[in-house]
Ligand binder design. Structure first.
Ligand SMILES: [Zn+2]
Length: 142
């Protein structure tokens, strides 16, 4: 687990989701359960950052229960270290607003795998569950 010092330094650095804000004011409140994403795009960003920091609990929590496989946590635990995320660019989004029930976000995320810089281009679908935005599924290519 991360020690306190790592967490402190992390808090003051720019958020990996590329919002321009520092992590402390951006995705962190969502990650520690102090705030909820108001839009699908915000959830998308916070999930990217959760992949970046390997916050498996948050990734499971923000996956829609209909799509939450029994072994999701274990699977993420086993795979989350394989990719080094580098950069997120949101290209497009539709619906996913405060008063919507579903939304779509298209993004390109760059990552390193075995020393190679690769790209994931995905169309993600989000749906609200009990008033909270959740990741439903995505069509994309690694
Ligand atoms: Zn962020």
């Amino acid at each position: 687990m991360d020690d306190e010092r790592t967490l402190k330094i992390r808090s003051r650095t720019d958020c990996p989701c590329d919002s321009g804000a520092i992590y402390h004011d951006c995705c962190r409140p969502l990650h520690i359960g102090k705030a909820n994403a108001t839009t699908a795009k915000q959830l998308m960003r916070s999930r990217y950052t959760a992949y970046f920091f390997r916050l498996v609990d948050y990734l499971v929590f923000t996956t829609h229960p209909d799509k939450r496989e029994k072994n999701l946590h274990e699977e993420l635990d086993n795979t989350v270290d394989d990719l080094m995320w580098r950069n997120l660019k949101i290209i497009n989004s539709s619906q996913g607003g405060k008063d919507d029930k579903k939304g779509k976000v298209e993004f390109i995320a760059q990552y390193h795998h075995d020393g190679e810089l690769l790209e994931l281009h995905e169309n993600s679908r989000f749906r609200k569950y009990k008033g909270l935005w959740k990741y439903l599924d995505g069509k994309g290519q690694l």
